[in-house]
Design a protein around this ligand. Structure first.
Ligand code: ADP
Length: 427
């Protein structure tokens, strides 16, 4: 038997967010980093759902379409029964795409005449009402997304936002219909189809709405959404929330934290770790730029402390310090130097017996995963909203437990809380 749900996500941490929601709703999930070269059949992958993480949110639309079609082909070869295209819950896109063009291409490839689009994720404060997206208490266009450097969102009306990206007519299933339940929603789908609508924005202001919608889309070959809809889909195959879905192999080996995020939340987490008096090594980009072997120094420090508990290696600094460094080295150059160094550190830590690794930072996570040669993650229990533990098989065959936290996620105690959770799971 193949997989049930085949998902493609337009960025890495978004993929993890979706996988995490599916696991919490009872599916066993594997996340793949980019489309594998080989065609593994659904049985070999041993999961109910597969999420393929792409980097297609802000690439040229034609590249996003190509990558998405490759992902689709792989998922179909694994016998996926339904396809889920996952994008950001703030509908990050430009008039050129990429949500519209990718949706159209997937519909064409699947022969689908109708699909839905909803970024709603009420647990994260993203709700859709009369087709308008709210972020917390304000319209999308009044939120910080208005000033996003790559995908500024200045129109909160998702029907018009999506219509600008696609030739297929876009319609709306509003909250009064959703409140009526699955049959009412399906009836509305049929009406919209008759009107020639190809993609329907669907309102959802609560988890109950998403559960109703999940039931209503049971027979659609393709759904497109943020990660919220994931809470409503697994029940269509009879899955129920269970600890078994999040089961990972037992954890052992040394523990370490590698942090390259400079977000407020991560700054708080580093401070909390330092406050507890645990061993920590600060990576200074200026010393890397001066030619010092900072990765080697960090690894020598870690080696001396790993036996006593988790070691932190961090480049995380307050915004002022980061700006000063960026002023001297250039933001891109500083970022790259740090990412390369932290990736080498992660590799060296694993070589020294670390098998439980916490990584903070989206870009940093990408660099670390690449350096470790990880292409596949089994998704385990949630640590904080949107952040699960994962298990990867290292090239040598050992299991590495790894969590990849994007910047602003997690509470102050995230670094040690996550490791404590893993110990609890393993026992
Ligand atoms: P987040 O998820 O918080 O955005 P990322 O890892 O995606 O974290 O991005 C942080 C970026 O900042 C990375 O490119 C990283 O290399 C860079 N960076 C980290 N520490 C520093 C520092 N001390 N000075 C300058 N840039 C840094």
């Amino acid at each position: 038997m193949g997989i049930r749900l085949g998902c493609l996500a337009d960025d890495f941490t978004g993929a993890t967010d979706l996988a995490n929601n599916l696991v919490r709703a009872g599916m066993r999930v594997v996340q793949l980093i980019d489309v594998p070269e080989d065609r593994i059949d659904g049985q070999a992958i041993d999961a109910d759902a597969v999420v393929i993480a792409l980097k297609s949110r802000t690439t040229p639309a034609s590249d996003a379409v190509d990558a998405s079609l490759r992902a689709l082909a792989w998922l179909r070869s694994a016998d996926a029964e339904q396809i889920y295209f996952k994008y950001c819950s703030t509908f990050d896109s430009t008039p050129a795409g990429n949500i519209g063009p990718v949706t159209e291409a997937l519909m064409d490839a699947l022969g689908a005449d109708f699909t839905i689009a909803t970024p709603a994720f009420p647990d994260n404060g993203r709700t859709v009402f009369k087709g308008h997206l709210f972020v917390g208490d304000v319209l999308l266009s009044d939120s910080g997304m208005r000033h996003h450097p790559l995908t500024p969102m200045t129109d909160p009306n998702l029907v018009s936002v999506l219509q600008a990206q696609t030739g297929r007519p876009v319609g709306l299933v509003d909250h009064t219909v959703v409140a009526g339940g699955g049959d009412a929603v399906r009836t509305r789908f049929d009406e919209l189809r008759k009107e020639g609508v190809g993609i329907a924005i669907v309102d959802a202001v609560s988890n109950r709405d998403l559960v109703r919608l999940g039931e209503a889309v049971r027979d659609l070959p393709l759904v497109t959404a943020g990660s919220g809809l994931a809470i409503g889909l697994p029940a269509n195959w009879g899955f129920e929330p269970s600890a078994a879905a999040a089961q990972l192999p037992p954890a052992d080996g040394h523990a370490a934290v590698v942090s390259g995020s400079v977000s407020d939340a991560t700054n708080g987490q580093v401070l909390e770790f330092l406050r507890t008096g645990r061993p920590a090594f600060s990576v200074d980009p200026l010393r890397i730029a001066a030619g010092e072997d900072v990765a080697g120094q960090a690894l020598a420090f870690a080696e001396a402390h790993l036996a006593d508990g988790p070691v932190l290696v961090y480049s995380t600094q307050a915004p002022d310090t980061v700006r000063a460094v960026q002023g001297r080295l250039g933001a891109a150059e500083a970022g790259e130097l740090v990412e390369r160094t932290l990736a080498r550190v992660a590799r060296g830590l694993v070589d020294r017996g670390v098998r439980r690794l916490v990584v903070a930072g989206g870009e940093t996570s990408g660099a670390v995963v690449q350096a470790l040669g990880i292409t596949r993650l089994r998704i385990g229990p949630q640590i904080a909203p949107g952040v699960p533990w994962c298990a990867a098989t290292l090239p040598g065959g050992d299991t590495l437990h790894i969590t990849l936290k994007s910047g602003n996620f997690g509470g102050p105690g995230f670094f040690t809380d996550s490791l404590a959770l893993l110990d609890g799971e393993a026992s």
